[in-house]
Design a protein around this ligand. Structure first.
Ligand SMILES: C[S@@+](CC[C@H](N)C(=O)[O-])C[C@H]1O[C@@H](n2cnc3c(N)ncnc32)[C@H](O)[C@@H]1O
Length: 421
Protein backbone atom coordinates (compact mmCIF):
# COMPACT_ATOMS: atom_id res chain seq x y z
CA UNK A 1 0.00 0.00 0.00
CA UNK A 2 1.54 3.37 -0.98
CA UNK A 3 2.48 5.63 1.89
CA UNK A 4 2.57 9.41 1.48
CA UNK A 5 2.92 12.32 3.87
CA UNK A 6 0.54 15.24 3.91
CA UNK A 7 0.12 18.39 5.98
CA UNK A 8 -2.99 18.78 8.14
CA UNK A 9 -3.04 21.97 10.21
CA UNK A 10 0.59 22.42 11.23
CA UNK A 11 1.44 18.73 11.71
CA UNK A 12 2.70 16.31 9.08
CA UNK A 13 0.45 13.26 8.81
CA UNK A 14 1.12 9.90 7.27
CA UNK A 15 -1.67 9.02 4.86
CA UNK A 16 -2.01 5.45 3.66
CA UNK A 17 -3.44 5.47 0.16
CA UNK A 18 -5.86 8.31 1.16
CA UNK A 19 -7.48 6.09 3.75
CA UNK A 20 -10.98 7.04 4.84
CA UNK A 21 -9.69 6.78 8.42
CA UNK A 22 -7.14 9.54 7.95
CA UNK A 23 -7.90 12.72 9.93
CA UNK A 24 -7.27 14.64 6.72
CA UNK A 25 -9.33 12.40 4.43
CA UNK A 26 -12.12 14.95 4.28
CA UNK A 27 -9.70 17.52 2.89
CA UNK A 28 -8.34 15.44 0.02
CA UNK A 29 -10.83 16.98 -2.39
CA UNK A 30 -8.45 19.21 -4.21
CA UNK A 31 -7.77 17.11 -7.26
CA UNK A 32 -9.90 19.77 -8.95
CA UNK A 33 -8.34 21.49 -11.91
CA UNK A 34 -9.54 24.75 -13.46
CA UNK A 35 -11.74 24.34 -16.49
CA UNK A 36 -12.95 26.53 -19.28
CA UNK A 37 -15.54 29.08 -18.03
CA UNK A 38 -14.29 28.97 -14.41
CA UNK A 39 -13.66 32.36 -12.82
CA UNK A 40 -10.41 32.53 -10.84
CA UNK A 41 -8.82 34.88 -8.36
CA UNK A 42 -5.24 35.97 -9.09
CA UNK A 43 -2.97 37.45 -6.43
CA UNK A 44 0.76 38.09 -6.04
CA UNK A 45 2.30 34.99 -4.52
CA UNK A 46 4.41 36.73 -1.90
CA UNK A 47 2.03 39.46 -0.78
CA UNK A 48 -1.24 38.46 0.91
CA UNK A 49 -2.32 42.11 1.03
CA UNK A 50 -1.77 42.64 -2.73
CA UNK A 51 -4.73 43.57 -4.94
CA UNK A 52 -6.90 40.59 -5.85
CA UNK A 53 -7.84 40.26 -9.50
CA UNK A 54 -10.99 38.42 -10.52
CA UNK A 55 -10.68 36.89 -13.99
CA UNK A 56 -13.35 36.74 -16.66
CA UNK A 57 -14.64 33.19 -17.36
CA UNK A 58 -11.57 31.27 -18.58
CA UNK A 59 -11.47 30.97 -22.38
CA UNK A 60 -8.58 30.30 -24.75
CA UNK A 61 -7.38 33.56 -26.28
CA UNK A 62 -8.19 35.68 -23.22
CA UNK A 63 -5.73 36.99 -20.63
CA UNK A 64 -5.58 38.31 -17.08
CA UNK A 65 -3.66 41.59 -16.90
CA UNK A 66 -1.47 42.18 -13.84
CA UNK A 67 0.92 45.01 -12.92
CA UNK A 68 3.92 42.93 -14.04
CA UNK A 69 2.52 41.39 -17.22
CA UNK A 70 -0.30 39.16 -18.38
CA UNK A 71 -1.36 35.54 -17.81
CA UNK A 72 -3.02 33.63 -20.66
CA UNK A 73 -6.23 31.86 -19.71
CA UNK A 74 -4.91 28.73 -21.51
CA UNK A 75 -2.07 28.57 -19.01
CA UNK A 76 -4.55 28.50 -16.09
CA UNK A 77 -6.94 25.89 -17.54
CA UNK A 78 -5.82 22.49 -16.20
CA UNK A 79 -4.00 23.87 -13.12
CA UNK A 80 -5.00 23.08 -9.55
CA UNK A 81 -6.18 25.83 -7.18
CA UNK A 82 -3.20 27.59 -5.52
CA UNK A 83 -0.92 26.86 -8.48
CA UNK A 84 1.71 29.52 -9.17
CA UNK A 85 1.99 31.20 -12.58
CA UNK A 86 4.45 33.79 -13.86
CA UNK A 87 3.43 37.10 -15.37
CA UNK A 88 6.52 38.99 -16.60
CA UNK A 89 8.76 39.30 -13.56
CA UNK A 90 5.97 38.59 -11.05
CA UNK A 91 4.68 35.32 -9.66
CA UNK A 92 0.95 34.91 -8.98
CA UNK A 93 -1.12 32.34 -7.19
CA UNK A 94 -4.40 31.23 -8.76
CA UNK A 95 -7.29 30.66 -6.35
CA UNK A 96 -10.90 29.56 -6.51
CA UNK A 97 -12.70 32.72 -5.28
CA UNK A 98 -15.08 32.42 -2.34
CA UNK A 99 -18.63 33.71 -2.79
CA UNK A 100 -17.76 36.80 -0.73
CA UNK A 101 -14.66 37.53 -2.82
CA UNK A 102 -16.74 37.11 -5.95
CA UNK A 103 -19.51 39.51 -4.88
CA UNK A 104 -16.96 42.07 -3.65
CA UNK A 105 -14.78 41.95 -6.76
CA UNK A 106 -17.32 41.71 -9.59
CA UNK A 107 -17.85 44.95 -11.52
CA UNK A 108 -20.53 46.91 -9.70
CA UNK A 109 -22.98 49.69 -10.46
CA UNK A 110 -24.45 49.77 -6.97
CA UNK A 111 -22.98 49.10 -3.52
CA UNK A 112 -23.47 45.47 -2.50
CA UNK A 113 -24.05 44.11 0.98
CA UNK A 114 -20.61 43.02 2.18
CA UNK A 115 -20.08 39.29 2.78
CA UNK A 116 -19.88 39.40 6.59
CA UNK A 117 -23.12 41.41 6.73
CA UNK A 118 -24.81 39.16 4.15
CA UNK A 119 -23.89 36.04 6.11
CA UNK A 120 -25.25 37.53 9.32
CA UNK A 121 -28.48 38.64 7.63
CA UNK A 122 -29.01 35.17 6.16
CA UNK A 123 -28.38 33.57 9.55
CA UNK A 124 -31.01 35.84 11.16
CA UNK A 125 -33.66 34.22 8.93
CA UNK A 126 -32.76 30.81 10.42
CA UNK A 127 -33.36 28.99 7.14
CA UNK A 128 -33.53 25.20 7.39
CA UNK A 129 -34.89 23.98 4.06
CA UNK A 130 -35.10 20.21 3.62
CA UNK A 131 -33.86 18.22 0.63
CA UNK A 132 -36.45 16.98 -1.89
CA UNK A 133 -38.16 13.71 -0.92
CA UNK A 134 -39.58 12.02 -4.03
CA UNK A 135 -41.52 9.54 -1.84
CA UNK A 136 -43.49 12.33 -0.13
CA UNK A 137 -47.11 12.34 -1.30
CA UNK A 138 -48.01 15.79 0.08
CA UNK A 139 -45.70 18.43 -1.36
CA UNK A 140 -45.69 21.57 0.77
CA UNK A 141 -45.86 25.06 -0.78
CA UNK A 142 -42.41 26.39 -1.66
CA UNK A 143 -40.42 28.45 0.80
CA UNK A 144 -40.42 31.93 -0.70
CA UNK A 145 -38.13 34.78 0.27
CA UNK A 146 -38.85 38.21 -1.18
CA UNK A 147 -35.91 40.57 -1.53
CA UNK A 148 -36.12 44.26 -2.55
CA UNK A 149 -33.91 45.84 -3.93
CA UNK A 150 -31.81 43.38 -5.78
CA UNK A 151 -28.93 45.86 -6.18
CA UNK A 152 -25.72 44.05 -7.11
CA UNK A 153 -27.18 40.63 -6.37
CA UNK A 154 -24.74 40.04 -3.50
CA UNK A 155 -27.33 39.30 -0.83
CA UNK A 156 -29.38 37.41 -3.44
CA UNK A 157 -26.47 35.00 -3.95
CA UNK A 158 -25.94 34.52 -0.21
CA UNK A 159 -29.66 33.79 0.23
CA UNK A 160 -29.70 31.43 -2.74
CA UNK A 161 -26.75 29.52 -1.29
CA UNK A 162 -28.78 28.90 1.86
CA UNK A 163 -31.80 27.45 0.06
CA UNK A 164 -30.73 25.97 -3.28
CA UNK A 165 -30.23 22.43 -1.95
CA UNK A 166 -33.98 22.22 -1.31
CA UNK A 167 -34.54 22.22 -5.07
CA UNK A 168 -34.40 19.30 -7.46
CA UNK A 169 -31.59 19.34 -10.04
CA UNK A 170 -32.48 21.95 -12.68
CA UNK A 171 -32.39 21.70 -16.49
CA UNK A 172 -30.11 24.22 -18.20
CA UNK A 173 -31.47 27.76 -17.96
CA UNK A 174 -32.48 28.79 -21.50
CA UNK A 175 -30.25 31.41 -23.06
CA UNK A 176 -31.94 34.57 -24.43
CA UNK A 177 -33.72 33.98 -27.77
CA UNK A 178 -31.70 34.56 -30.90
CA UNK A 179 -32.56 37.76 -32.78
CA UNK A 180 -34.71 37.05 -35.85
CA UNK A 181 -32.59 36.68 -39.05
CA UNK A 182 -32.83 39.43 -41.67
CA UNK A 183 -35.60 38.71 -44.23
CA UNK A 184 -33.07 38.26 -47.09
CA UNK A 185 -30.70 36.04 -45.09
CA UNK A 186 -29.95 32.49 -46.23
CA UNK A 187 -30.11 30.98 -42.71
CA UNK A 188 -33.52 29.35 -43.42
CA UNK A 189 -33.77 25.83 -41.92
CA UNK A 190 -30.73 26.19 -39.64
CA UNK A 191 -32.36 29.13 -37.84
CA UNK A 192 -35.62 27.15 -37.52
CA UNK A 193 -33.62 24.39 -35.83
CA UNK A 194 -32.04 26.85 -33.37
CA UNK A 195 -35.47 28.32 -32.58
CA UNK A 196 -36.95 24.86 -31.98
CA UNK A 197 -34.04 23.98 -29.65
CA UNK A 198 -34.51 27.24 -27.77
CA UNK A 199 -38.24 26.62 -27.40
CA UNK A 200 -37.58 23.10 -26.10
CA UNK A 201 -35.17 24.54 -23.48
CA UNK A 202 -37.77 27.17 -22.46
CA UNK A 203 -40.50 24.48 -22.13
CA UNK A 204 -38.24 22.32 -19.96
CA UNK A 205 -37.38 25.29 -17.76
CA UNK A 206 -41.04 26.33 -17.39
CA UNK A 207 -41.95 22.75 -16.43
CA UNK A 208 -39.17 22.75 -13.83
CA UNK A 209 -40.14 26.03 -12.10
CA UNK A 210 -43.23 24.76 -10.23
CA UNK A 211 -41.22 21.81 -8.87
CA UNK A 212 -38.90 24.13 -6.92
CA UNK A 213 -39.27 23.94 -3.15
CA UNK A 214 -37.46 27.16 -2.29
CA UNK A 215 -37.29 30.39 -4.27
CA UNK A 216 -35.74 33.83 -3.89
CA UNK A 217 -38.00 36.39 -5.54
CA UNK A 218 -35.91 39.49 -5.99
CA UNK A 219 -37.22 42.85 -7.20
CA UNK A 220 -35.58 46.13 -8.11
CA UNK A 221 -37.11 49.33 -9.38
CA UNK A 222 -34.14 49.74 -11.74
CA UNK A 223 -34.08 47.51 -14.85
CA UNK A 224 -30.37 48.26 -15.21
CA UNK A 225 -29.52 47.11 -11.68
CA UNK A 226 -31.66 44.00 -12.07
CA UNK A 227 -30.05 43.03 -15.40
CA UNK A 228 -26.58 43.51 -13.93
CA UNK A 229 -27.44 41.45 -10.83
CA UNK A 230 -28.73 38.69 -13.11
CA UNK A 231 -25.29 38.46 -14.76
CA UNK A 232 -23.65 38.43 -11.30
CA UNK A 233 -25.86 35.52 -10.18
CA UNK A 234 -25.38 33.69 -13.50
CA UNK A 235 -21.59 34.14 -13.27
CA UNK A 236 -21.12 32.44 -9.90
CA UNK A 237 -19.82 28.89 -10.45
CA UNK A 238 -21.47 28.63 -13.86
CA UNK A 239 -24.85 29.73 -12.50
CA UNK A 240 -25.11 27.06 -9.78
CA UNK A 241 -27.74 29.06 -7.84
CA UNK A 242 -29.46 30.79 -10.77
CA UNK A 243 -32.34 28.28 -10.86
CA UNK A 244 -33.38 29.32 -7.33
CA UNK A 245 -33.76 33.02 -8.12
CA UNK A 246 -36.57 34.84 -9.97
CA UNK A 247 -35.81 38.44 -11.00
CA UNK A 248 -38.47 41.14 -11.29
CA UNK A 249 -38.36 44.82 -12.18
CA UNK A 250 -40.96 47.23 -10.88
CA UNK A 251 -42.58 48.58 -7.76
CA UNK A 252 -43.17 46.58 -4.59
CA UNK A 253 -46.89 47.45 -4.26
CA UNK A 254 -47.59 46.53 -7.89
CA UNK A 255 -45.74 43.24 -7.70
CA UNK A 256 -47.36 42.16 -4.43
CA UNK A 257 -50.81 43.23 -5.67
CA UNK A 258 -50.36 41.21 -8.88
CA UNK A 259 -49.46 38.08 -6.89
CA UNK A 260 -52.35 38.53 -4.42
CA UNK A 261 -54.72 39.05 -7.36
CA UNK A 262 -53.95 35.53 -8.62
CA UNK A 263 -54.12 33.96 -5.15
CA UNK A 264 -55.18 35.97 -2.08
CA UNK A 265 -53.40 33.73 0.48
CA UNK A 266 -50.16 35.09 2.00
CA UNK A 267 -47.26 33.48 0.15
CA UNK A 268 -44.04 34.93 1.62
CA UNK A 269 -42.05 33.21 4.36
CA UNK A 270 -39.54 36.04 4.68
CA UNK A 271 -38.90 39.49 3.25
CA UNK A 272 -35.71 41.51 3.17
CA UNK A 273 -35.84 45.20 2.38
CA UNK A 274 -32.54 46.85 1.48
CA UNK A 275 -33.73 50.13 -0.05
CA UNK A 276 -34.54 53.66 1.04
CA UNK A 277 -37.70 54.35 3.08
CA UNK A 278 -38.37 50.73 4.06
CA UNK A 279 -41.19 51.88 6.35
CA UNK A 280 -43.34 52.79 3.34
CA UNK A 281 -43.59 49.14 2.25
CA UNK A 282 -44.39 47.42 5.54
CA UNK A 283 -48.16 47.52 5.08
CA UNK A 284 -47.94 46.01 1.57
CA UNK A 285 -45.53 43.33 2.73
CA UNK A 286 -47.59 42.38 5.76
CA UNK A 287 -50.50 41.51 3.44
CA UNK A 288 -48.36 38.92 1.64
CA UNK A 289 -46.41 37.58 4.61
CA UNK A 290 -47.37 34.26 6.18
CA UNK A 291 -48.08 34.21 9.90
CA UNK A 292 -44.83 33.91 11.87
CA UNK A 293 -42.87 35.07 8.81
CA UNK A 294 -40.20 37.74 9.15
CA UNK A 295 -39.54 41.12 7.56
CA UNK A 296 -35.94 42.16 7.86
CA UNK A 297 -35.14 45.79 7.14
CA UNK A 298 -31.51 46.71 6.48
CA UNK A 299 -30.95 50.42 6.99
CA UNK A 300 -27.86 52.64 7.14
CA UNK A 301 -29.15 54.46 10.20
CA UNK A 302 -30.99 53.44 13.37
CA UNK A 303 -33.53 56.25 12.80
CA UNK A 304 -34.79 54.34 9.76
CA UNK A 305 -35.47 51.25 11.87
CA UNK A 306 -37.31 53.58 14.27
CA UNK A 307 -39.35 54.93 11.32
CA UNK A 308 -40.43 51.32 10.63
CA UNK A 309 -41.50 50.79 14.24
CA UNK A 310 -43.50 54.02 14.15
CA UNK A 311 -45.14 53.12 10.84
CA UNK A 312 -46.13 49.67 12.12
CA UNK A 313 -47.74 51.34 15.15
CA UNK A 314 -49.40 54.07 13.10
CA UNK A 315 -50.91 51.66 10.58
CA UNK A 316 -51.69 49.04 13.25
CA UNK A 317 -49.78 46.41 11.28
CA UNK A 318 -49.51 42.81 12.51
CA UNK A 319 -45.75 43.19 12.88
CA UNK A 320 -43.68 43.22 16.04
CA UNK A 321 -40.04 44.22 16.19
CA UNK A 322 -38.29 41.13 17.51
CA UNK A 323 -34.70 42.30 17.45
CA UNK A 324 -32.54 45.21 16.36
CA UNK A 325 -28.91 44.68 15.54
CA UNK A 326 -26.10 46.94 14.56
CA UNK A 327 -23.93 45.03 12.13
CA UNK A 328 -20.56 45.68 10.49
CA UNK A 329 -16.96 45.93 11.59
CA UNK A 330 -17.67 48.45 14.33
CA UNK A 331 -20.30 46.23 15.92
CA UNK A 332 -18.11 43.13 16.08
CA UNK A 333 -18.89 39.49 15.34
CA UNK A 334 -22.60 38.69 15.39
CA UNK A 335 -23.66 42.34 15.64
CA UNK A 336 -24.48 44.58 18.58
CA UNK A 337 -27.99 44.34 19.97
CA UNK A 338 -29.95 47.60 20.35
CA UNK A 339 -33.06 48.16 22.38
CA UNK A 340 -35.57 49.87 20.11
CA UNK A 341 -39.12 50.25 21.36
CA UNK A 342 -41.96 52.64 20.87
CA UNK A 343 -42.72 54.06 24.31
CA UNK A 344 -44.96 56.91 25.42
CA UNK A 345 -44.89 58.64 28.76
CA UNK A 346 -47.84 57.68 31.00
CA UNK A 347 -48.73 61.37 31.37
CA UNK A 348 -48.92 61.71 27.56
CA UNK A 349 -51.22 58.69 27.19
CA UNK A 350 -53.47 60.05 29.98
CA UNK A 351 -53.61 63.50 28.37
CA UNK A 352 -54.43 61.94 24.97
CA UNK A 353 -57.24 59.87 26.49
CA UNK A 354 -58.68 62.96 28.17
CA UNK A 355 -58.48 64.87 24.88
CA UNK A 356 -60.40 62.12 23.02
CA UNK A 357 -63.03 61.86 25.78
CA UNK A 358 -63.50 65.66 25.66
CA UNK A 359 -63.79 65.54 21.88
CA UNK A 360 -66.44 62.82 21.98
CA UNK A 361 -68.48 64.86 24.41
CA UNK A 362 -68.15 67.93 22.19
CA UNK A 363 -69.31 65.99 19.07
CA UNK A 364 -72.30 64.53 20.92
CA UNK A 365 -73.46 67.89 22.27
CA UNK A 366 -72.77 69.72 18.97
CA UNK A 367 -70.93 72.49 20.75
CA UNK A 368 -68.52 74.96 19.21
CA UNK A 369 -65.20 73.47 18.11
CA UNK A 370 -66.76 70.20 17.01
CA UNK A 371 -64.76 70.18 13.74
CA UNK A 372 -61.43 70.31 15.53
CA UNK A 373 -62.63 67.61 17.88
CA UNK A 374 -63.65 65.33 15.00
CA UNK A 375 -60.18 65.78 13.51
CA UNK A 376 -58.58 64.61 16.73
CA UNK A 377 -60.61 61.40 16.61
CA UNK A 378 -59.85 60.84 12.91
CA UNK A 379 -56.12 61.09 13.58
CA UNK A 380 -56.29 58.17 15.98
CA UNK A 381 -57.86 55.76 13.43
CA UNK A 382 -55.55 53.90 11.02
CA UNK A 383 -55.16 55.55 7.63
CA UNK A 384 -56.63 53.81 4.58
CA UNK A 385 -54.38 55.48 2.02
CA UNK A 386 -50.64 54.94 2.39
CA UNK A 387 -48.28 57.68 1.33
CA UNK A 388 -45.66 56.32 -1.05
CA UNK A 389 -43.36 59.30 -0.66
CA UNK A 390 -41.16 60.24 2.26
CA UNK A 391 -43.15 62.05 4.87
CA UNK A 392 -42.29 65.52 6.17
CA UNK A 393 -39.43 67.19 4.33
CA UNK A 394 -37.82 63.85 3.34
CA UNK A 395 -34.80 64.28 5.62
CA UNK A 396 -33.65 61.43 7.87
CA UNK A 397 -31.01 61.91 10.52
CA UNK A 398 -27.81 59.88 10.23
CA UNK A 399 -27.41 58.35 13.64
CA UNK A 400 -24.66 55.79 14.14
CA UNK A 401 -21.35 55.57 15.96
CA UNK A 402 -18.40 56.84 13.92
CA UNK A 403 -15.42 54.52 13.91
CA UNK A 404 -12.26 55.48 12.04
CA UNK A 405 -12.33 57.35 8.71
CA UNK A 406 -13.98 54.73 6.58
CA UNK A 407 -16.87 52.55 7.59
CA UNK A 408 -17.01 49.46 5.34
CA UNK A 409 -20.50 48.02 5.12
CA UNK A 410 -22.53 47.65 8.25
CA UNK A 411 -25.79 49.26 9.20
CA UNK A 412 -28.82 48.44 11.27
CA UNK A 413 -31.10 45.47 10.94
CA UNK A 414 -34.62 45.37 12.32
CA UNK A 415 -36.24 41.94 12.39
CA UNK A 416 -40.05 42.14 12.49
CA UNK A 417 -42.29 39.11 12.90
CA UNK A 418 -45.78 38.74 11.45
CA UNK A 419 -48.16 38.04 14.29
CA UNK A 420 -51.88 37.23 14.33
CA UNK A 421 -53.80 40.47 13.94
C1 LIG B 1 -28.16 49.20 -1.68
S1 LIG B 1 -28.85 48.50 -3.10
C2 LIG B 1 -29.17 46.86 -2.59
C3 LIG B 1 -27.91 46.03 -2.54
C4 LIG B 1 -28.17 44.55 -2.50
N1 LIG B 1 -28.82 44.16 -1.27
C5 LIG B 1 -26.92 43.74 -2.69
O1 LIG B 1 -26.51 43.00 -1.78
O2 LIG B 1 -26.31 43.84 -3.75
C6 LIG B 1 -30.44 49.20 -3.17
C7 LIG B 1 -31.24 48.84 -4.42
O3 LIG B 1 -32.60 49.18 -4.16
C8 LIG B 1 -33.18 49.62 -5.36
N2 LIG B 1 -34.36 50.42 -5.01
C9 LIG B 1 -34.43 51.68 -4.54
N3 LIG B 1 -35.71 52.03 -4.28
C10 LIG B 1 -36.46 50.96 -4.61
C11 LIG B 1 -37.87 50.69 -4.57
N4 LIG B 1 -38.73 51.59 -4.14
N5 LIG B 1 -38.31 49.47 -4.98
C12 LIG B 1 -37.41 48.53 -5.41
N6 LIG B 1 -36.08 48.73 -5.46
C13 LIG B 1 -35.61 49.91 -5.06
C14 LIG B 1 -32.08 50.41 -6.05
O4 LIG B 1 -32.30 50.48 -7.43
C15 LIG B 1 -30.84 49.58 -5.67
O5 LIG B 1 -30.53 48.68 -6.69
Amino acid sequence: MPITFTRCGSALHRVVARSAYSPCAARSYSNYVFQENDIVLVQKKTDASAKQILSKPLRPGRRVNTTTGHIDHESIIGLSPRAVVAAGKGEYRIYKPTLGEYTNLTARIVTPVYPADANLIVSLLDLNPTVPDPSSSSPSPPLEIFEAGTGHGALTLHLARAIHAANPAPPPIPSPPRPAPAPDSEEGTSSDLVDAEHQAAVDKWEAYKPTRRAVITTLDVSARHSAHAKTVVAGWRKGMYAHSVDFHVGSIPEYIASRLATSPEPFLDHTILDLPDCHLYLETISQALKEDGTVLVFCPSITQVIACVKQAKKEVLPLVLESTLEIGQAAGVGGRVWDVRAVRARSFVRAEAEKVEGAEEAVESGTEGSEAAAETIAETTPKEAKPLKPEGDGWNMVCRPKVGDRVVGGGFVGVFRRVVK
